[in-house]
Design a protein around this ligand. Sequence first.
Ligand code: AMP
Ligand code: GLY
Length: 430
Amino acid sequence: MDMKVLVVGGGGREHAITMALSRNTDVEIYSVMAKENPGIAKIVRKFLLEKETNVKEIVRFAIKCEIEYAVIGPEAPLEAGLVDELEAAGVACVGPFRAAARLETDKAFCRNMMEKHGIAGCPKYRVFHSAEDACEFVRNFDGDLAIKPIGLTGGKGVRIMGEQVDKEGAFEYIREIDGDVVLEERLIGEEFTLQAFVDGTHVVPMPLVQDHKRAYEGDVGPNTGGMGSYSMPDHTFPFVSEGDYEKAFLIMKDVVASMAREGIPYRGLLYGQFMNTTDGPKVIEFNARFGDPEAMNVLSLLVSDFSEIIRHITEGTLSESDVKFADKATVCKYLVPEDYPESPKSGEIIEVGDIGDAIIYYSSVLEKEGLLFTQSSRTLAFVGIGDTLNEAEKIAESAAASVRGPVRYRKDIGTSEVLNRRIAHMKEIL
Ligand code: AMP
Ligand code: GLY
């Protein structure tokens, strides 16, 4: 029986969601995206070009197309209440209601919830409602802090003292935010992402992934949405012990249980970003969706039928046996406009060469008369899959190198040099 699924969002993550769904030919896929993603447009039966936060128009489109299920890619529509309205119109959603999405959209809500329920892994933090109070705290605090605006910032809103800014720079940034701000202890360690499918009660984990936020090789430069990511054949990392993994997974399960206890059950994708520290994994943040690029790593490995997982999530019947991933390594490399993220030029022509065995995921790129044009955000991504990290890296690297035009990518992502540096760093701090 055909199943009609609407995918909301038009980036690389949503292309990966659409591709994963399309492996079951009984699924009729629909899309809402702000701009026409050429990868998604080719797969779906029908698409609506519309702002992903325009709840009214999206609901109207869903009703018209007799959509049964929706998967929400980005966070902005969650915050706009899209799930609340789609559910009211009879569409079963993979994505939390607005109240539960606060886990991502309101950093103070997230930290308060963790504290209230005694959930492990919460860094020390303070919420401030005035810039002067926050500056006063920084002035008197002996040590480094992470400075974060309270709301959504597309992954680019954090400044780390001792790394990106000094005390003066911290004052300046807090005044620039000029609103609610969270100050957090600066965590030292290695980051990893744990994503899970959640049906309100059951939490089923996906392979661990490590993203690379910084714009340039060697992890320098400004933060970006994520320049690329990798995962290992055993679905974990050599710098994450079994005990650390169990702790991180328990934190995710505790969060889901606490949300249910609060009367705001959590359903959809849960993304935990962790820093593995000398005290074990600490939560940098939760996201109420797949990561971008992390979705491309895990969904490229998904062996199970994604539409069945969607059914189970929305019916509350999810179990670990529904979710299988191939035991392979993945490396994802994002191509971005040359001056991304500071002053990316858009409208430039790029040409993709021979990509070998790599999977191509389109992101912020337009196709006109067979030509691809950059936009101001991440352009397209290549995922290599292999029995080893090296093999996967070579596939992604050679595909990325085949592209001609004013775009760049991080050559170091997925290399053994970087992995070894991560392992050495973890050993050094333990
Ligand atoms: P976010 O926007 O919360 O994803 O944070 C962006 C990046 O800032 C993360 O990937 C971390 O590298 C860094 N970061 C965020 N919070 C902290 C913290 N408390 N300590 C150290 N680094 C952090
Ligand atoms: N890769 C980080 C994010 O999706 O927020």
